[in-house]
Design a protein around this ligand. Sequence first.
Ligand SMILES: *Cc1c(COP(=O)(O)O)cnc(C)c1O
Length: 405
Amino acid sequence: MSNSSFERPDRIQFEDADYDFSTLAIRAGQQRTDEGEHNDPIYPTSSFVYSSAREAAARFSGDEEGNIYSRFTNPTVIAFEKRMAALEGGDRAVATSSGMAAILSTCIALLQQGDHVVCSQSVFGSTISLFEKYLSRTGISVTFVDPTQVSAWQAAVTPKTRMFFMETPSNPLSELTDIEAVSTLAHSHDALLVVDNCFCTPALQQPLTQGADIVIHSATKYLDGQGRCVGGVVVGRDAEMEEVFGFIRTGGACLSPFNAWVFMKGLETLELRMKAHSASALELAQWLQQQTGIATVHYSGLVEHPQHELAKKQQSAFGGVLSFEVEGDQAAAWRFIDATKMISITGNLGDVKSTITHPYTTTHGRMTEQAKADAGIKQTLIRVSVGLESVADIKADLLLGLAAI
Ligand SMILES: *Cc1c(COP(=O)(O)O)cnc(C)c1O
């Protein structure tokens, strides 16, 4: 600490300040130490020490606040949590070891035996398996619905419904759900609305400000943004987050401090990246529409998209993921993918590197034929997560694919 009479507060509470998104993404949550480090510090330690046995006892009993063990709290993880809470506009965030751990922990912490969940049928494949195969064993039941129809959400409600779960826009077809309308419905039935905000991130869409109760992220995708670490986070009100935190510290699905630090570096450029991903994806979607060999393009930024107006209302841009159907059969789609040279063939998304995948046989491969048909996942469908390479180079690569159909 300096003795200067002109002192700046050493710990500004950015969560409370009226700063813009890009400022919060760079500065919220940093706890500068007496070393005066400019960048966020990283604390790779499993446990913490006490000055006395009395202090140790007070920490363990909860009479004194402070770190005990990194499964419970870690300063680097706390800094990431504070930054995420600030960006999503929640009271508090709880970081988790993966996006799936974030979903599991939220359900275990806030639901009990006999409860019912209404879930979009177009959520991430592992989310469907989690509900169908594992949470069902604990007596939590689920009904999957067409995410685009508010009436379908309504029709699925039972007296036991306690949670609505959605992902908007959806993967890979860019289907939207009206967050405000479904939140009103959920609240009229005393149920929580949980939104997996992976595809937009808070840079493009803040579900808590539109009526959602809880936001979930796979930090693995755009929050990292460069394909380095697996992690997740849950954001919401203090009351629910205390329950989620209680489960994480007991159940052990905690985030490592190194991964939290990488995600904080990712957040610093989140807004810039999301704007750039969205601009490139829109340009490519419009361009793909004009190419022969392409039957349909799915991207909510296109004026032809049936929910384009809703996308403009609840998002500030349309995101970096698009999909399209090629003319022909599955073999034509595979020839397209195999003919590209630069774009990575991988199921991951939200990376600076563009990726291309065939959902029918990979990310959605374990769904039944009927479920794929219901969800509109065709054999001719290809998904591209548009990265930050030059748009001209991405087009040139896609032209190789088109020539191979
Ligand atoms: C990847 C993904 C998840 C799961 O996240 P992991 O970090 O892989 O566990 C959940 N939801 C969506 C929308 C995803 O894309």
